[in-house]
Design a protein around this ligand. Structure first.
Ligand code: CDP
Ligand code: CDP
Length: 208
C-alpha cells in the first residue's frame, strides 16, 4: 500500500505524512530532505548551487541515513537551496531509485514531496494533494522557524514561499502539480488534527 502526498511548501505534507504512517504502521519518507541534503553537500564545500555536475555527483553519493534527525536540514536557507538543485534532471534521476525502493516497503509506505503522485509513484494506491493559502503557509513557517530560534520576518517568509512555489511549479522536470487522480485537501482553515481527520477519511474512502 502506497500513500503519495504532494503539495507546496508548508502546506502540512510532512506532519500529515508522519501521522498517516503512524496510524497505519507504515514507513514514512519526507523526500524534501533528500533535496535539502544535496543542497547542503554543495554548501558545505562552498560549491555554487549552479554547478549542475557537482549537484548530480552529490545526489549520486548521498548518505540517506539519519536525514530525519538532522535539524540543520530543516532551516529556511536549505529549503530555498533545495529548490534550486531539485530542478536539475540528473539530481532527480539519482534520487529516484531510493524513493521507489522505499515506496515498496511492507506493509506500506507514505511518501511526501512534489512529484510523488506524478513521477515517483504514479501507481500509488492513494494520492493526496495538500494545499493552503500562501499567507497561511507563511504563518505556519514563521511560527515553526521561531520555535527553532531562526529569525525571519513574516513578509520575507511569504516572499520566499511564493518564489519557491513558482520555481517548483514552472520547472520543466517533475513540476509541482496534482496528479490527475489525486484528491485535493485545502488545509487553510484546518489545524493539523483536523487535516489528519479529513485526510484519513479520504484515504479510507479511496481504499474501499
Ligand atoms: O511538510 P510541509 O512543508 O508541507 O509542512 P509541515 O512541515 O508538515 O508543516 C509546517 C508547519 O505547519 C508545522 O509547524 C506544522 O505543525 C504546521 N501545520 C499547521 O499549523 N496546520 C496544519 N494543518 C498542518 C501543519
Ligand atoms: O518543507 P517544505 O515543503 O518547505 O520543503 P521540502 O518538502 O523539504 O522541499 C524542499 C524543496 O525540495 C522544494 O521546494 C522542491 O524544490 C524540492 N523537492 C522536490 O523537487 N521534489 C520532492 N519530491 C520534494 C522536494
Amino acid at each position: 500500500m502506497i500513500i503519495a502526498i504532494d503539495g507546496p511548501a508548508a502546506s502540512g505534507k510532512g506532519t500529515l505524512g508522519k501521522r498517516l504512517a503512524e496510524h497505519y504502521g507504515f514507513a514514512h519518507l519526507d523526500t524534501g530532505l533528500l533535496y535539502r541534503a544535496v543542497a547542503r553537500a554543495l554548501m558545505d564545500r562552498d560549491i555554487p548551487l549552479t554547478d549542475r555536475d557537482a549537484a548530480a555527483h552529490a545526489a549520486q553519493n548521498l548518505d540517506v541515513s539519519h536525514l530525519e534527525d538532522d535539524t540543520r536540514l530543516r532551516g529556511a536557507a536549505m529549503g530555498e537551496a533545495a529548490s534550486v538543485v531539485s530542478a536539475y534532471q540528473p539530481v532527480r534521476d539519482a534520487l529516484l531509485a531510493f524513493q521507489r525502493q522505499f515506496a515498496a516497503r511492507k506493509p506500506g509506505a507514505v511518501l511526501d514531496g512534489r512529484d510523488i503522485g506524478t513521477v515517483v509513484c504514479p501507481d500509488a494506491d492513494v494520492k493526496l494533494f495538500i494545499t493552503a493559502s500562501p499567507e497561511e503557509r507563511a504563518r505556519r513557517r514563521h511560527l515553526e522557524l521561531q520555535r527553532r530560534g531562526e529569525q525571519a520576518a513574516y513578509e520575507t517568509i511569504l516572499e520566499d514561499i511564493r518564489r519557491r512555489d513558482e520555481r517548483d511549479m514552472s520547472r520543466s522536470t517533475a513540476p509541482l502539480k496534482a496528479a490527475a487522480d489525486a484528491l485535493t485537501l485545502d488545509t487553510t482553515d484546518l489545524d493539523a488534527d483536523a487535516a489528519f481527520d479529513a485526510a484519513l477519511k479520504m484515504v479510507e474512502s479511496s481504499r474501499s
